[in-house]
Design a protein around this ligand. Sequence first.
Ligand SMILES: Nc1nc2c(ncn2[C@@H]2O[C@H](COP(=O)(O)OP(=O)(O)OP(=O)(O)O)[C@@H](O)[C@H]2O)c(=O)[nH]1
Ligand SMILES: [Mg+2]
Length: 192
Amino acid sequence: MKMQFIKSATKPSEYPEGFKYEVALVGRSNSGKSSLINALAQQRVAKVSSMPGKTTLLNFFDAGDYYRLVDMPGYGFAQRSHGDQKGWRNVVETYLATRELLAGLVLVMDIRRDWSEDERDLLSWIAPRGLPVALVLNKGDKLSKSQVTKRRTLLKEESGLDMIWMTSALKRSGVEELEESIFDLWIKPRIR
Ligand SMILES: Nc1nc2c(ncn2[C@@H]2O[C@H](COP(=O)(O)OP(=O)(O)OP(=O)(O)O)[C@@H](O)[C@H]2O)c(=O)[nH]1
Ligand SMILES: [Mg+2]
């Protein structure tokens, strides 16, 4: 798919202009948000690192002609200094709370990690906006098929979310399906 980096931003005056819906990738640091963007783009358009905390700004990408993907800095990165934590919250929360073009959230988790207070807090914090949320269980390549199925069932129950996709950014599996679903469910109904 055609995916192009547009710009980085921290505050609303820096967000891209023009009317295009946006889908935000949120989730714990190191879960593979930026890697999923690269897997979709089939090239390295987003910065990836084995050290959590790589993405520090909001990064906007054109996902084809109709919408944008927003790669967000991850949470749960304990090494961040206290001042950085506050800055991070402000950047992410301002975007999530105020961006009118936001059409949905993709919550990315490492499939091996358990649902935690951080995910729960994020969902309850964003709930008033009434946006759709999809859960992406990434790094499926790290587990056997049967383990993947087990984790999916468990995390579906724990999260209470209906939309769940399984991916491996590394193997590029499930990423086309993810993109198609986002487009069909969240974007297509809004364009005419
Ligand atoms: N095995 C495996 N590794 C992955 C996968 N996706 C990402 N990784 C690795 O996980 C690490 C973190 O990936 P990133 O894409 O930088 O994670 P992120 O969620 O963007 O992290 P932050 O920017 O800190 O929020 C990197 O070492 C990736 O190579 C996957 O599907 N399988
Ligand atoms: Mg990142």
